[in-house]
Write a protein that binds this ligand. Structure first.
Ligand code: DC
Length: 237
């Protein structure tokens, strides 16, 4: 059941003979991981896997039932056909449920399912399969460089001050016409950080060999530029 980082068939989580390159982008909520991972993938012609979307998908499917019937839910997930499309759409049991994964309800319920070790094991299996099928990928999340792809070629850990993250998210929401106070957004991010960091299984932390990139005082273009510099430097070695 546990992940086997030493297993020679899963050197970076994928078969080494295929020489699949994996770049991991981990970090706190709202630090700009998704924007960076997307642009990095585009610049390098890699695929982009957002692991948070997989946890959101699980929450959208089973959050209601998981407290009462954990085993039944796990069985349901293990037997499900899951498709993650390169256009960032997720299909569960043949149904595109992407919209559901972004609902405020799913937002609230995802941390509770993401902390269940057996759920993480299932999602880890999906991530390995997706990257094996896709080839070179940028994978973003919380535990990608530490647990899912511990031998990834390049690991980036993106962080930013809580004030900046709250400001960015506030602006994002305003652009979408959603009114929420800066204070509420900040509190929600602090709570997210707490849940991510204190999660006993795969808690958020930088891998020892991760490059830490602070986005607080950089534009998105500057973050991308620095990340590309790190990638090129590291792959050259
Ligand atoms: O990145 P995001 O906000 O879409 O993540 C949604 C949730 O999933 C959030 O509660 C953190 C959790 N998550 C996780 O536990 N491990 C990951 N690798 C990615 C996300």
């Amino acid at each position: 059941m546990p992940h086997h980082p030493q297993d020679p068939t899963t050197a970076s989580g994928v078969a080494p003979q295929n020489a699949v390159a994996v770049i991991t982008v981990d970090g706190t909520s709202g630090s700009g991981k998704s924007a960076l991972a997307k642009e990095l993938a585009k610049a390098l012609s890699f695929c982009h896997l957002n692991s948070g979307l997989l946890y959101r998908m699980v929450a959208a499917e089973v959050a209601d039932k998981i407290d009462d019937d954990l085993e039944g839910c796990l069985e349901f997930l293990r037997n499900a056909t899951v498709e993650y499309r390169p256009d960032q759409h997720v299909v569960f049991g043949g149904q595109d449920i992407t919209d559901l994964t972004h609902s405020p309800r799913t937002d609230r319920m995802t941390p509770a399912v993401a902390k269940i070790p057996a759920v993480r094991e299932i999602v880890r299996g999906w991530q390995n399969k997706i990257v094996r099928d896709w080839g070179d990928s940028v994978v973003e999340g919380r535990d990608i460089g530490t647990v899912v792809f511990p031998n990834a070629q390049v690991k980036i850990y993106l962080e930013a001050d809580i004030e900046k993250r709250a400001e960015w998210r506030h602006l994002q929401r305003q652009k979408k016409g959603i009114e929420e106070s800066l204070e509420n957004i900040r509190k929600a991010l602090e709570e997210r950080d707490r849940m991510d960091i204190e999660r006993p299984e795969s808690g958020l932390r930088p891998a020892p060999d991760a490059h830490i990139l602070d986005a607080s005082h950089r534009t998105q273009d500057e973050v991308l530029e620095e990340a590309l510099r790190i990638v090129h430097e590291t792959l050259k070695k």
